[in-house]
Design a protein around this ligand. Sequence first.
Ligand code: PBG
Ligand code: ZN
Length: 324
Amino acid sequence: MTRLRNLRRSKIIRDSLGHHHVERRQLIYPLFITSGHGVKKEISTLPSQYIYSPDVLLKEMEKLVDLGLNKFLLFGEAHEKDFLGTGAYDSDGSVATTIRGLKEVFGDSIFLISDVCLCPYTSHGHCGIPDKTTGEIKNDESISLIAKSALTFAEAGSDWVAPSDMMDFRVGAIRKTLDANGLTKTGILSYSVKFASAYYGPFRGAIDSSPRFGDRSTYQMDPRDMRQVSREISQDIAEGADAVMVKPALAYLDVIKTVRNLTDLPVAAYNVSGEYTMVKESASKGLVEERGIVLENLGSMVRAGADWVITYHARELLERNWLE
Ligand code: PBG
Ligand code: ZN
């Protein structure tokens, strides 16, 4: 028997053994972009997170970079929506405009990943195009539009694209479209294992992207069936994904670990909006200590095997020096 507390006796020894800890280099910070000028608005469903117009985000980026953030996941908010989600492939849209502006100023000192989906831009709020009579979300018709959207962001200068729609074969369609247009260097972070989850509520509130009829359970995965995980991962890899994602993270740490063991590709964990608001709301009531909760949550994702952690906490984590 040993005195196990000897390994915990001082801060120096504890710090020296703290292997399972999130590090700044692993953080990806989501950003929300809307149309117009001079807009910086706090998102009511996501406390301390803002939605920016392209011009304001260009100015704010300086501060984010100074904090040490260098990887960003971009989302668009659209006021004009239509059946085919044409805003998703508008090269003058707010996301494409922002990418061009940011890349002109910051070049390769920042890494931009653009979320690719139709739901922010469709009048029905689905991630694909519904059949007009049955309402069924059509797969093969949707992926050509999704690939078109990915091309729009890649042409604007996005380093990578991240399809979040969960249609079959969209990674392959995107890879083929990018390559055919000479964009062989644009990588794909696939939302490979994405569950139909109640944890996305605050995000949908932020950009008004809830489905107007039905739900997403015919394309997003069922939280009760883990036997589809490995096939989703292998198919995305076969189609050309450069990295894979598990989403949400906290209720699916076992899945992150499974995916870690399935592939040597980078694995991203998405600490989604509902996971974030549960922490922010209880911390704002003084019920929990925010720093401790955030570090435990993000640390658990790293421990489960995530290389990258996509989190709304990223900015405050650095502003408040919580990683020191
Ligand atoms: C769009 C998309 C969603 C999220 C990321 N991309 C919402 C959804 O699928 O309805 C969720 C992100 C979050 O909750 O933080 N397909
Ligand atoms: Zn979507």
